[in-house]
Design a protein around this ligand. Structure first.
Ligand SMILES: Nc1ncnc2c1ncn2[C@@H]1O[C@H](COP(=O)(O)OP(=O)(O)OP(=O)(O)O)[C@@H](O)[C@H]1O
Length: 555
């Protein structure tokens, strides 16, 4: 015992003798109160710890899932529904037939739907778009000046600018849309519908397989957004092949508990023997700001999926806004259904090894290594076990492995050499389809395509397919970059994406006798993998920081 300990004990004994109250206070401060019951917690000190459900988290951070604002939310809702529809039809090798309708709902119609009486404005000055007499005069004078300068510019042959738009300060009046997506896919089992669409982070696409969906989030985000912006539930109709009934379900989500709140769930007659799903959601959106993104998305989807048929409709009370576009099927050749694969030993972390041990049906370590991972043959597994050390044996029960032994296996997996995973489980669009898609949607003067052999990053196989086109319809001068990941068009965050950066900065177009500024160049790059390293859950771009991918994208 050193001097300072001695001193502290002596001082404490002294305090105890002198003032029992002061000693108690000291005990509280040092956390050494009554030995058995522990220090009492006053109401003021009660724990501040709170839990949040995944649904609450995503409702509060909806931007990370692509629901940044009403316009983007309309775009992302459509996209999530279309991608689910395609995944579903392709999973049963059915040529996809997908109908998408966006119906504009006026405020009066919306209010009638929810039983709210429409009210006219009474006190105009209360509103954000109210313009005082003075402000009106000022605006009109500004507009007149602008028109004068435009007239002068036009007379001098100079470029004429668009008139600046006049907007209120705030968000203005909300616009509502009913988004419906109907497919001819697998449908959903009746009893699973509430959890599939009303519980965040639940889905059927979590295995190691190339799919458009991945997180078990997209459709639920559309529902959360509808709950946040209109308070209306989602409606689902679904029927599986051979079922003589259609499931109908109307539900919303209990955000706090992250559980579905079912309003109606029943079986109805399926006279037409239809199979597939039809999902309908009513949300706030903005068609004006995101019309062009939505149409680009549909067109790009038609490029990468020429074997699908899409019927896109925009319906409005203003007849001149109505739109119907049919993207026709050009081929019956579908890429093969992507296969579920096992994990590559170099791509697993400790947590995943523990999960695989907990879930495996294999009894011993030898069988476990051989059957739960790709590229470990029996002789290879025997050698690996030998290398693990004397505590390990081929016959040892895999469920009896200690935490330390699992760490040893993980360490060995990181250091040992394994053959690369094969790309057999992947389903690229195929050069034929990519070429066809480009010709069908762009009508270029020239197209060239190329597909790479499978490559690997972090134990995941990936394939890059690319196409270049020159000329065509609705193609602007310069680079027109079309990016696809697991056959999803990526339209946002273009600047940071590996494909854009490669096309714009790392390719010497002049060496191919292509003028980067003047020619109408279409660049199409499609990456498929069991793991697309998206930045964020919004699936909007692939970063430029994975060497294997960036060098594979550059020809
Ligand atoms: N049109 C559909 N047809 C059949 N099943 C569907 C359909 N839409 C959704 N599902 C089922 O509901 C599940 C949840 O869909 P959700 O969009 O929430 O997530 P996901 O597609 O699995 O992943 P992600 O969040 O990456 O899109 C899907 O995994 C699928 O099983």
């Amino acid at each position: 015992m050193n001097t300072s300990d001695d001193e502290a004990i002596a001082a404490a004994a002294e305090t105890k003798k002198k003032t029992p109250k002061a000693a108690a206070a000291k005990g509280k401060a040092t956390g050494k109160g009554k030995a058995a019951a522990g220090p009492k917690t006053s109401a003021k000190e009660s724990s501040l710890l709170k839990q949040k459900s995944p649904a609450e988290f995503f409702a509060e951070n909806k931007n990370i899932a692509g629901f940044d604002n009403p316009g983007k939310s309309l775009y992302t809702t459509l996209r999530e529904l279309v991608e689910n529809a395609l995944d579903s039809a392709e999973s049963i090798s059915e040529l996809p037939e997908i109908e998408i309708t966006i119906e504009e709902i006026t405020k009066t119609k919306f209010n009638t739907m929810i039983g709210l009486v429409d009210r006219q404005r009474v006190d105009e000055a209360l509103y954000d778009d109210f313009e005082s007499e003075k402000a009106r005069e000022k605006r009109l004078a500004k507009e007149a000046r602008f028109q004068e300068s435009q007239a002068k510019n036009a007379a001098l042959g100079k470029k004429v600018k668009d008139a600046p738009s006049v907007r209120g300060k705030g968000r203005g009046e909300a616009a509502f849309f009913k988004v419906t997506c109907k497919d001819n896919g697998r449908g959903m089992p009746h009893d699973d519908i509430p959890n599939m669409l009303g519980r965040v982070l639940s889905g059927t696409k979590y295995g190691l397989r190339q799919t458009r969906g991945k997180f078990g989030l997209g459709a639920k985000m559309a529902l959360i957004w509808s709950k946040m912006s209109t308070g209306l539930p989602i409606e689902i109709k679904s029927s599986m092949k051979g079922q003589n009934y259609t499931s109908f379900c109307r539900l919303d989500i209990d955000i706090h508990k992250n559980i579905p709140h079912v309003h109606l769930h029943e079986k109805r007659e399926n006279k037409t023997h239809w199979h597939g799903a039809e999902i309908e959601v009513i949300i706030e959106g903005n068609w004006t700001t995101h019309r062009s993104k939505i149409l680009h998305y549909m067109r790009q989807m038609a490029v990468i999926t020429p074997y699908a048929q899409f019927l896109f409709k925009f319906l409005s009370d203003a007849a001149d806004k109505n739109l119907t576009i049919k993207f026709t099927r050009r081929t019956d050749v579908m890429p093969p259904v992507p296969l579920q694969t096992k994990h590559h030993p170099s791509a697993v972390d400790l947590l995943l090894i523990k999960r695989l041990v907990a879930e495996t049906t294999k009894q011993n370590l030898l069988q476990f290594l051989q059957h739960e991972f790709v590229n470990i043959s029996k002789p290879h597994a025997e050698r690996l076990i030998g290398e693990m050390g004397p505590d390990f044996s081929q016959k040892m029960a895999v469920k009896s492995l200690t935490s330390q032994q699992l760490v040893r296996i993980h360490q060995l997996f990181r250091q040992a050499k394994f053959d690369d995973p094969s790309g057999n489980c992947l389903s690229p669009a195929g050069e034929y389809n990519l070429r066809l898609g480009i010709i069908k949607e762009l009508h270029p003067d020239m197209v060239a395509t190329h597909a790479s052999s499978p490559q690997v990053f972090e134990g995941h196989p990936f394939i890059v397919e690319a196409g270049i086109s020159i000329g065509g319809k609705d193609v602007k001068q310069g680079l027109n970059i079309f990016r696809f990941a697991n056959r999803i068009p990526l339209l946002f965050e273009q600047g940071a994406d590996v494909i854009t950066r490669t096309a714009a900065k790392r390719i010497s177009w002049s060496s191919y006798k292509i003028n980067q500024q003047q020619d109408k160049i279409g660049v199409f790059v499609s990456i498929v993998s069991t793991k697309i390293p998206f930045k964020g859950t919004g699936k909007e771009y692939i970063g430029d920081d994975i060497t294997e991918i960036s060098s594979a994208v550059k020809p």
